[in-house]
Design a protein around this ligand. Structure first.
Ligand code: FMN
Length: 170
């Protein structure tokens, strides 16, 4: 397992996976990491729908305009926010994002790669997922996370930008 800082720098969005199953225990570990994320008032307003059925993942790919990662991903996790559990309106999106960051970093630490594909705030896409999976009124589809193994070596980009950092004044 990588150290945390290397995991952060080495994680990349991966859209092509090799043909290798992901052990359900690893998926469980990723979801456990999600649930350890901070959330407003510790409300944990999230749900996770795990897809590991190839045909279903194919169908989901067709429902999302930018889901090329699902062409080869063996696992896809739909992260949903619960408006009845969030601390106040507007919090589920922030809390689910924190959970997702934990997921994609945990996956990387476990030797897996991921891609975060937004559903929110695209209203048409949210409506399509709500309808297809019969989500209750209070459960909002937020994002899809592809999970799988990749053999491609990802280079670390250069992203540190000192001009974005402001000390003591703007
Ligand atoms: C809110 C959000 C939505 C995203 N939606 C998509 C998407 O629909 N499809 C996709 O392939 N990647 C998506 N991405 C991944 C970004 O394209 C990617 O994080 C960005 O290009 C930086 O690359 P990196 O993740 O490899 O560092 C999304 C990322 C975020 C945070």
């Amino acid at each position: 397992m990588q150290n945390t800082i290397d995991t952060i720098y080495d994680r990349r969005s991966v859209r092509k996976y090799i043909d290798k199953e992901v052990n359900p225990d690893l998926v469980d570990e990723i979801l456990r990491a999600a649930m350890f994320a901070p959330s407003g008032c510790n409300k944990q307003p999230w749900h996770f729908v795990v897809f590991n059925d190839k045909e279903l993942i194919k169908e989901i790919k067709a429902m999302h305009p930018y889901a090329s990662a699902l062409a080869t991903a063996p696992v896809c996790i739909m992260v949903c926010g619960d408006t009845q559990k969030e601390m106040a309106q507007g919090f589920y999106q922030v809390d689910c994002s924190a959970a997702i960051e934990n997921m994609i970093l945990a996956a990387k630490a476990l030797g897996l790669d991921t891609c975060w594909m937004g559903i929110y705030p695209w209203e048409d896409t949210m409506a399509a997922f709500t309808k297809r999976f019969n989500l209750p009124e209070n459960v909002k589809p937020f994002a899809l996370i592809s999970v799988g193994y990749s053999e491609a070596k990802q280079e670390r980009p250069r992203r540190y930008d000192a001009s974005r950092i402001h000390y003591n004044k703007w």
